[in-house]
Design a binder for this molecule. Sequence first.
Ligand SMILES: NC(=O)C1=CN([C@@H]2O[C@H](COP(=O)(O)OP(=O)(O)OC[C@H]3O[C@@H](n4cnc5c(N)ncnc54)[C@H](OP(=O)(O)O)[C@@H]3O)[C@@H](O)[C@H]2O)C=CC1
Ligand SMILES: O=C(O)C1=N[C@H](C(=O)O)C[C@H](O)C1
Length: 252
Amino acid sequence: MVKIIMHGCCGHMGQVISDLVEKDANAEIVAGIDVTDKGNTSYQVFTDIHECKTEADVLIDFSSAKAADALLDYCVERNLPVVLCTTGLSEEQLAKVEETAKKIPVLKSANMSLGINTLMKLIQDAAKVLATAGFDMEIVEKHHRLKLDAPSGTALALADSLNEAMDNQYHYVYDRSQRRQQRDDKEIGISAVRGGTIVGEHEVIFAGTDEVIEFKHTAYSKAIFGKGAIEAAKFLAGKPAGRYDMADVIEG
Ligand SMILES: NC(=O)C1=CN([C@@H]2O[C@H](COP(=O)(O)OP(=O)(O)OC[C@H]3O[C@@H](n4cnc5c(N)ncnc54)[C@H](OP(=O)(O)O)[C@@H]3O)[C@@H](O)[C@H]2O)C=CC1
Ligand SMILES: O=C(O)C1=N[C@H](C(=O)O)C[C@H](O)C1
């Protein structure tokens, strides 16, 4: 039985995970942490992270980038493995994640779904053929109106996959509104749409002369992220310090 502290427990993903864990005989949420206790959990909620001293095997985080520094310090102090799912971290925070992973197990992934993690591999093979043949690469992501960060962490991770497959020769363009020139060969354009209750859509477009190939992933519910995060928590508990990602969980 894996004992979990849920960071961001009162938010949308915190609630999805709480519901999934209720039905899971091999996992239990032993405490929650959030800025305010919204009264929507069945377990104790701490509004000051340092007051949460509950014994646990792992912490799952779906909160806010603003919380990342204090969270990483807390997990190091407590020697607590952390599944880091929050997106929109700054370059400095991403560097801190890498430093933290030298001390404790850290699994960071912008997208916990099996589909997106499979897509990340598929597009690398496509890029090696199509981008090498001169196809342009663009990413379009769509999310709900409540999302704070843009572009999505997943869009950036998809761009990183493409770039890695192409020996990191590409750069990212987020906004062409001030441009009065053609795109260059080595750019990956990333566009963000926000509206309504869209759970999450990601399109990777390879556009060549007279032909286009599109890869698309659609999330129809947040449960796909929740299930992945719980699997990741079970995987990470008891592991040595290091940097892990969803590929480690999926490949076993
Ligand atoms: N990796 C993945 O697969 C996925 C990642 N995400 C990411 O997870 C994050 C959360 O998403 P979501 O659940 O939809 O967002 P919500 O805003 O619904 O939930 C976040 C929760 O964290 C709370 N919170 C804010 N600041 C802090 C803090 N300093 N300490 C503790 N808790 C805090 C919020 O409180 P309050 O409401 O008062 O601000 C809220 O209760 C986002 O970054 C999102 O992009 C989302 C889905 C999938
Ligand atoms: O905020 C969300 O909702 C999501 N955020 C993640 C991201 O930024 O990629 C993952 C998912 O698409 C939902």
